[in-house]
Design a protein around this ligand. Structure first.
Ligand code: 13P
Ligand code: ZN
Length: 273
């Protein structure tokens, strides 16, 4: 089977385009990665180059040894993924120690996987462990309203979680664990990857101050839907704060407790105080 004919590659391309259409991917902003299933690799095994050069990941992810990932390329535009996928995205394989990767397909005009590969892979390593292998998608987007909020709200998990939950009734159902916040850090390296993956132990969403957001999920729809929901809540909050200095009424902690009961989700009490 041709790589571009497989469902997981088509779904990956669609998600890149969905993000572009939302306006979250100016220029080369944002990146996406997918941990490919063994059955999916079996469909395309004849199309992969397993002799290419091994390069350093820049961190260590032993929990991902031998895994294959579909990843956007560094400096590549989400706008162009649907127009020229073979130029924009690639499949990489992680070595037996979890320290190096090789490009097995894609990036036909040269290049390397996203500069945020350390964050993607460290997040995947955590999520593979804590979800028993269920989570396969890590998505980084430059969502406008979430970024704006990091200039006016304290950079605390509890504040962001409560404010975003209050912004739309179904938010606590979509991200019941809440969201984590990473202080401003230099992107693209191991340090920010360590800070983000620590939050991914607890949350499916990590907001990077003055930069963007990372989301994790089981599949493309769930992960995109998660980030879309969080960003929409942020948009509502930006509108509310633009209209008034304080809210006249909101969803209270007791309302959240009732919602949690009826919708069968557990909301951490630490966010309801
Ligand atoms: P890449 O082009 O290397 O993926 O970087 C984009 C980005 O958003 C960095 O945080
Ligand atoms: Zn970014």
């Amino acid at each position: 089977m041709e790589v571009l004919e497989t469902k997981f590659v088509k779904d990956f391309i669609k998600m890149c385009n969905d993000g572009w259409e939302q306006g979250w991917h100016e220029r080369n902003g944002g990146n996406l990665s997918y941990r490919i299933k063994e059955s999916e690799i079996a469909q395309i095994s004849g199309k992969l180059n397993l002799d290419s050069e091994w390069k350093d990941i820049g961190t260590s992810v032993p929990g991902l040894k031998g895994e294959y990932f579909l990843v956007t390329g560094s400096g590549k535009y989400f706008r162009n993924v649907i127009l020229d996928p073979e130029d924009s995205i690639c499949i990489v394989r992680v070595d037996d120690k979890g320290e190096k990767y090789q490009i097995c397909w894609g990036l036909v005009n040269g290049g390397r996987p996203t500069s945020e590969l350390p964050s993607h892979l460290m997040n995947h390593e955590v999520k593979k462990r804590v979800t028993n292998g269920k989570h396969r998608v890590i998505y980084h987007a430059h969502c406008t309203n979430l970024i704006a909020l990091t200039f006016v709200l304290p950079l605390e998990d509890k504040v962001f979680t409560k404010e975003l939950w209050e912004s739309a009734t179904e938010c606590p159902v979509v991200f019941p664990d809440g969201v984590g916040v990473v202080d401003w850090m230099v992107p693209g390296g191991r340090d920010i990857a360590v800070a983000t993956s620590k939050l991914m132990e607890k949350y499916d969403v990590a907001i990077w101050a003055h930069h963007g957001v990372f989301g994790s999920g089981e599949d493309f729809d769930l992960t995109f839907g998660l980030v879309h929901t969080v960003e929409k809540a942020a948009e509502i909050l930006v509108k509310v704060r633009s209209m008034a200095n304080s809210k006249l009424q909101t969803i209270t902690s007791d309302d959240f407790r009732k919602l949690a009961k009826d919708f069968g989700v557990t909301l951490p009490e630490e966010f309801l105080q």
